[in-house]
Design a protein around this ligand. Structure first.
Ligand code: FE2
Length: 304
């Protein structure tokens, strides 16, 4: 990154504070609230104002309950401390500030301990509409309202347990090449499952129609409506066989989404995913995105 692009605020991809933390190898960091610029605060206000009416139209009821319970400030970027004060008594979850990408096992294992790695930077005011990387709006306004709900919090914890089972299952494979090949496949399957549920999931409304629970949709001004209403999106009932083999691209509106019946249904699917890990049914999922990087693999190999 060029020095001229680095800023002394907390704008995603160019915050000096984050660059420095990464240079020091610090993954878990503090939220240096004083560094949010007026432009950063303005971005939060604009996003919140744009999304709030859309949430009431498209989001599932538990998200709306969570939003009320968290009492996020539409006018100012929240401190994680304030969020945690409301969040922890509700589901035991806590947000923990991170400097960037969290290797897959570390991420899932945080969920198992009811910790949510939270990005503290915010997208630039010129890219309000779309951002491939997470930011604090995606994490706090898109994910965390769902974490207030015990039924959803338990799903995330269950995911963490699946990761643990996957690491343990891989350790039992003697041949190092086979171990890596199957682990890469299992991580890919887990990433796809997470993507098509926690990030981009749709749910059937009990009264008919479809609503949104995936945080990628809940934090996107354009895609939330597109996901529910556009004829350019194919929506299918959630099928584990399909989801674990389905590649995805992160830099465009999703053309294919999966619909769960309820959060109890989703919980049961995560349990099924674990059974598939144990049965070796995820050892050869179809190749393609997402790419599993060295850090993701290492994190699983070093687990436990
Ligand atoms: Fe996310």
């Amino acid at each position: 990154m060029k020095i001229s692009e680095i800023a002394n605020d907390l704008t995603t991809t160019r915050a000096a504070f984050i660059e420095e933390a990464r240079d020091h190898g610090d993954l878990f960091i503090r939220q240096p609230y004083e560094l949010y610029s007026e432009a950063n605060q303005e971005t939060w206000r604009k996003l919140y104002a744009a999304l709030e009416p859309r949430w009431h139209k498209y989001a599932n009821g538990r998200f709306i309950d969570g939003l009320d319970q968290l009492a996020l400030d539409p006018q100012a970027i929240p401190t994680l401390e304030d969020v945690n004060r409301f969040l922890e008594p509700l589901s035991g979850f806590q947000c923990r500030a991170v400097s960037g990408y969290v290797p897959a096992y570390v991420f899932f294992d945080c969920l198992r301990r009811r910790e949510f790695p939270t990005t503290i930077t915010i997208r630039s005011g010129d890219t309000l509409e779309y951002l491939p990387e997470p930011d604090i709006f995606h994490d706090l306004a898109g994910h965390v309202p769902m974490h207030t709900q015990p039924v959803f919090a338990d799903i995330l914890v269950r995911f963490g347990e699946v990761a643990r089972t996957a690491a343990k299952t891989a350790r039992a494979i003697d041949d190092p090449q086979k171990r890596i090949k199957s682990l890469e496949s299992v991580i890919r399957a887990m990433a796809r499952f997470f993507w098509f549920t926690v990030e981009f999931g749709l749910m059937r409304r009990p009264e008919g129609g479809i609503c949104v629970y995936g945080s990628g949709l809940l934090s996107s001004m354009g895609e939330i409506q597109h996901a529910v209403e556009s004829p350019e999106v194919d929506r299918y009932p959630f099928q584990l066989e399909w989801v674990v083999h389905q590649h995805f691209e992160i830099d465009r509106f999703q053309p294919l989404l999966f619909v769960i019946d309820s959060f109890e249904h989703l919980f049961a699917q995560v349990a099924e995913l674990e059974q598939w890990v144990l049965d070796g049914r995820l050892n050869n999922v179809s190749p393609g995105a997402p790419r599993i990087n060295e850090d993701d693999l290492q994190s699983f190999l070093e687990a436990g």
